[in-house]
Each structure stands twice: as C-alpha cells, then as structure tokens.
Design a protein around this ligand. Structure first.
Ligand SMILES: *[C@@H]1O[C@H](CO)[C@@H](O)[C@H](O)[C@H]1NC(C)=O
Ligand SMILES: *[C@@H]1O[C@H](CO)[C@@H](O)[C@H](O)[C@H]1NC(C)=O
Ligand SMILES: *[C@@H]1O[C@H](CO)[C@@H](O)[C@H](O)[C@H]1NC(C)=O
Length: 630
C-alpha cells in the first residue's frame, strides 16, 4: 500500500516537472517549410506549413504535386484500400499530395495510410484556428512503433483557413498544384555546419529510447567522418529539469535530482521503488557531457560517439550495468583521461551549481531563430530545429542542406567513404598484443568490437574487455586465455578443450584458473599423509609421502603398511590372506608351466640342433622366410 502510494506520488511529480518546463519555457518554435500554390490563380501564393516529426522531409530540395482530397475516410484513420482508393500517380503524371483532416487518430497513422495508398506527401488540415504545432510521434504507443520506422513520405500541418481554400478549389473542379520547398528550411551560410543532438543516456523508455539509440549507432560513422574532416562542429546536449524549491527536500526530488534539486531527470521506470533513479540518469548524462568536453579538449570530439554507443552496448540498464564502474571501463578502453572527466563532473552532492549542467539548462532556452528544446531527441542544424524521422539518411540530408552550395563534403554526395577506425587506439576494442589478435572490425557504419575467429577457433566475449577462445582447439591458442606454467620440466594447464571458455585449475592447484593457479599444500590443507608413520613433503602440483622403517605407503588409502605379512595390520589381514592364496595358486601354476616349458624347450632344442648341426645346410634360408611371413 505504502509503496504504491509513494510511486504514484512520484509519477505525479514527474509529470509536474515535465509540465513545469512547458510553462516556464513556453517558446516552442515550429520548423516550417514553404508551401507555394502555383495554380489555380485564385489561391496562388505562399503559405506556412509545419514539418511533421516523422517521414523524410526533402531537406535542401523541393517537390511539386497535385492536391487530392478523399471523398471518404477524410481523416485518413482507416486504410484507403478498404475504400478501394489508390493515389499512386499514373506514369508521367504529377505526384499526389493527399489532404486529410486532423482528428480521431495519430498524425503518424494518417501519414502511414496515405503512404500505403501511394500518396507522395501528406497535408494535414488543422481543425482549430491556432498557431501551427509540430506533429510529433506518438509517445508510448507500441503498435505504432512498427509502422513509424517505415514512414518515408514527408508531411506537413497546414492552417484551418488555408485548408478550407484548398477544399473549395478542389470541389470546384480546379486542379490544385503546390510546391513543397525545403531549400530554405536549414540556413546555409558557410562551409561548416554546426549541429547539436539533444539526447539522453536513459535506455529504458521504450520506443523513443530505442529510436535514439539506433540513430546514434547508425549515424556514428558519418558523424565521425564529418567531424574529422572539419566539415561540421557537433555538440551533444542533455535536457535537465530542476526541482521546485518547495519540493527540494522531498524523497522524490532527492531520488530524481543531484546538487540539491538543481538538476533532475524523470525516474527511468516511472517507479520510485525499483530499478534506477532519475539521479542515476542525470549523473550519466553529466558524464557523457564531460566525455565530450575532455575529448574536445584533446581535439578528438568524435570520441563522444564511440563512448555513447559503447556505453549503450556494454552498460545497459537491463543488465544492471548502468553505473560508474562500467562507464569507467568504457572511458579507459577509449583512452580518455578518467581524472579529467571526474574533475569535470564535480560533486553531485554539493549544494551549488554545476557549471556544465548550468550551461545545459541555459542552452535549453531558445535563442534567435531556434525555439526551446522540449522534444527529446532533437537535432538542431545551424541553429534551426530539424524535423522529420530520426534516421541516418534523413538527418544527413538535413546536415548537407546546411552547407553553402558547392562546399558540401563528398559524404553528402556518396555514402561510401573509406576510413579505418581500428588503426586508432584499436577502436577501443579488446586486443591481445602478444598474440596479435583484435576484436576491432572496420565497417561502413564505423568500427564494431566483435570477438574474432582465429584458425577456426571462435572467440567469445563482449569484444571490449574480453574475448576468450572457446570450443575445440581453444587450448592451442594462447592456452585458451587460461593459466599455465612449467617448473622443473613439469607442465600444468588450466585449459580443457571441452570446457566452454572456462578455465579451471588442474588437481593439486587452486585459484581462478585465468591469472593464477597456486599449488595446494596437500600436507597441510588436504590432511594427506598424516598417519603416525607418515612423513609428508609438498611438491609443486602434488606431494610425496614416505613411511618410517620399512613400511610402504599406499597412496589410494593414504596409509603405511608393512612389507612383511606377519605384521599385517588387522584391517588388511583379509586382503593379505587373499593375496597369499593367490600367490600360492600362482606358484602352483608356475610349476606346471615350468615343467611344460622345459619339455617344450627340450624338443625345440633338439629340433634346432638337428637343423644347425650340418652347417652348410640348404634348408636355412627358406625356413627363415617362412617364419617372417607367418
Ligand atoms: C517495415 O519495413 C520492414 C523492412 O523494410 C518490414 O520488415 C516490416 O514488416 C515493415 N513494417 C510494417 C508495419 O509494414
Ligand atoms: C570544442 O573545441 C573547440 C575548439 O577546439 C571550441 O571552439 C568549442 O567551443 C568546443 N566545444 C565545447 C562544447 O566545449
Ligand atoms: C598482426 O596481424 C595482422 C593481420 O591479422 C597483420 O597484418 C600484421 O602484420 C600482424 N602483426 C604482427 C606484428 O605480426
């Protein structure tokens, strides 16, 4: 009871924080493209339209088409094929721009239905007299996630009054031609594009987080090429909220915020009682900012892309690895200076501003032509917010539209650009220098860390900090990553071919089997060789036991016994009786055997004598040959 009430209060507070920012920072600028009506003359002119946050706007380009308005399914919430309608243009005809009415379902669904019906673009008619808004992706709807990724046509919201003019012209039988123009959607003043990605390290928020993570992974290669070539100046940003002063000491703010309520993020699971806290997200966001700062200071700002993608792969919340230890390993493997990053992060418990996060909060507020950043993720190109699908090709198109004509780098003209990121610091991947093995593979998407296959032996591991040979033959390669040692001509190994990637110390040793196996002192630890007559001597990997007097040590039974039958110890009497019995039977059999052997020998000797006595006998050679072949 108590905990569920608490988590409800927490969710409420989360919403409060989210709403607060919308109230405080209300200046949300909608990115517009220009929509020009070229005919009929009665409505000729340029109109505003707001680019949707999905699909692929043709940044830097333009598109001409004829507007059509459906007689049925005017909101576009149902599949047009149910009505037998198709908007695919006939060969040589102009593309169709479908006009649909706002309402009843998600914007994205209308656009998806239009795309399936063959439309080339969608104009959504607003149903209110209001300033245009951005049509965003549905936040948490899982069923829409399936088609959102597949929306490729551009879409735009248009004003109610303009939509009425269009409908009137169409119903009057006019052919309405429009031109959608994205050429000025991104300013392109010079030969360098400045762009920002407003992102988040949280990996457990469903569709939006997955989309962001996939984008970062896909875009990394292109981003690094552009940055290394000096074509772009990229800056990552992270949104934080602050806790209302009245709540600073509340449990909720304490778990969501650092620096005494100054910088907060919503709880990743929206549940205060389990999993990670908002605070954990703020701290990781801060670390990623500092990774960028430190990398930028060493003139390698592009390492940020490696850090965030590696962190996603190596330190996911799902595996409970979203923490400092894991982050530090990633930082180290990329060759960044951990101390500088820690210094940059400062003390999250201090009751004072953190300069890095303060700067981020200030940057959230819009400047000049750019509105406040309130949608996560957001890409800003040349200080203008990008609208459209968060996908490599679409974003690259927007970046390329930001270069002054003819100054575009070649990556804008073709996507196959050669770099080998494994040459630099081994790409931060696992490497065994001594054996000349690496997990780094260069691909067109930037490098990936994958354990190699060497001479048919598969290595397994995370590819970053460990790769271990596994399966048959694994011990031949670097002893399977296991311990081995040789002393005084004796060798021991902790590798077994059939143990999947595992190392275990051989008998007589103890340890992890990887770095070390230590000899077990059997005399002390195993209590071996402890009988009164025994004297124990430990050796490397084993032990030696000797018995006093003329007693004999029996290893299997760890005891000393007399060599003489008369002094048999009571426990062994039966054994000795049997042994003596067997001995006597053996002796009897021996005598019989001896006798037979002797008579056999006698006859054999006689035969040989008969053969060899005549020294030049012709019989000798063929007799031998027969023997050999017998
Ligand atoms: C989206 O496209 C992918 C591949 O192009 C396809 O496998 C998938 O079924 C499509 N999803 C929908 C909802 O059409
Ligand atoms: C990154 O470094 C460049 C100069 O090397 C500087 O102009 C830029 O402001 C730096 N960016 C940040 C976010 O510190
Ligand atoms: C290491 O291996 C690569 C290819 O696997 C080879 O090109 C290189 O010469 C090797 N280096 C050494 C020092 O053996």
């Amino acid at each position: 009871m108590g905990s569920s009430r608490r988590s409800k209060a927490g969710i409420f507070l989360g919403f409060l924080l989210l709403n607060l920012i919308q109230l405080v920072l209300g200046r949300f600028v909608v990115e517009k493209n220009s929509l020009k009506v070229t005919s009929p003359d009665s409505i000729k002119g340029t109109y505003d339209s707001a680019i949707g946050n999905f699909g692929i706007p043709q940044y830097g380009g333009s598109m001409a088409g004829a507007v059509v308005y459906p007689k049925e399914n005017q909101k576009g919430c149902k599949s047009f094929s149910d009505f037998g309608i198709n908007y695919k243009p006939k060969p040589g005809a102009m593309p169709n721009f479908l006009l649909v009415d706002r309402g009843d379902c998600f914007f994205a669904l209308k656009v998806w239905n239009a795309q399936n019906a063959g439309a080339s673009a969608v104009l959504v008619a607003d149903n209110l007299d209001e300033a245009l808004i951005t049509m965003d992706t549905p936040e948490e709807d899982v069923s829409s996630a399936a088609y959102l990724q597949n929306i490729t046509i551009p879409s735009a919201l248009i004003e109610k009054s303009f939509a009425e003019k269009l409908r009137k012209a169409i119903s009057g039988g006019d052919m309405v031609n429009v031109n959608l123009d994205w050429r000025e959607a991104v300013p392109h003043p010079d030969d360098r594009v400045e762009y920002e990605l407003w992102t988040n390290s949280n990996d457990e928020c469903g569709f939006k987080c997955d989309m962001l993570m996939n984008f970062v992974k896909d875009f990394k290669g292109a981003a690094q090429i552009l940055e290394k070539g000096g074509y772009t100046q990229f800056t990552p940003h992270y949104i934080t909220w602050y806790c209302p002063t009245a709540f600073t000491v509340s449990k909720q703010c304490k778990s969501q915020c650092i620096n005494h309520g100054r910088y907060c993020a919503p709880d990743p699971e929206q549940d205060f009682t389990s999993g990670y806290e908002g605070k954990d997200v703020v701290i990781e966001n801060l670390r990623q900012l500092c990774v960028f700062k430190v990398a930028n200071e060493t003139k390698k700002p592009w390492v940020w892309w490696d850090y965030v993608t590696d962190f996603q792969i190596r330190c996911p919340m799902k595996e409970k690895k979203y923490n400092k230890d894991c982050a530090d390993q990633v930082i180290k493997s990329l060759g960044l200076d951990l101390k500088s990053i820690e210094k940059c992060m400062g003390d999250p418990n201090a009751d004072s501003d953190n300069p890095v996060l303060k700067e981020e909060q200030d940057a959230q507020v819009g400047k000049g032509s750019r509105g406040d950043v309130t949608i996560l993720p957001t890409v800003v190109v040349n200080n203008r917010q990008y609208r459209g699908k968060l996908e490599k090709g679409a974003v690259l198109k927007a970046l390329c539209a930001g270069f002054e004509e003819t100054t575009e780098p070649s990556v804008c003209l073709s996507t196959d650009v050669e770099t080998n990121e494994c040459l630099d610091n081994n790409g931060g991947c696992w490497r065994d220098k001594a054996a000349n093995l690496t997990a780094c593979k260069d691909t067109f998407r930037g490098r990936v860390c994958e354990c190699p296959v060497v001479n048919g032996v598969q290595f397994k591991g995370d590819g970053y900090s460990s790769c271990v040979a596994s399966g048959p033959g694994r011990c031949k390669i670097n002893n399977g990553g296991c311990w081995q040692d040789t002393r005084d001509g004796r060798s021991f190994s902790a590798c077994l071919d059939n143990e999947e990637g595992k190392c275990s110390c051989p008998p007589g040793f103890k340890g992890d089997g990887v770095k070390s196996c230590e000899d077990i002192d059997e005399c002390k630890e195993k209590k071996a060789c402890q009988c009164p007559e025994c004297s124990c001597k430990n050796t490397w990997g084993s032990y030696e036991c000797t018995c006093s007097g003329d007693l004999l040590y029996i290893r299997d039974h760890d005891t000393c016994i007399s060599k003489r039958a008369t002094e048999v110890k009571s426990a062994w009497a039966a054994v000795w009786v049997i042994l003596i019995g067997l001995g006597m039977a053996g002796a009897g059999a021996y005598l019989v055997y001896k006798y037979r052997l002797r008579s056999y020998m006698d006859s054999e000797i006689r035969a040989i004598m008969a053969q060899y006595m005549p020294l030049d006998s012709q019989n000798e050679v063929p007799h031998h040959a027969n023997d050999e072949h017998a």
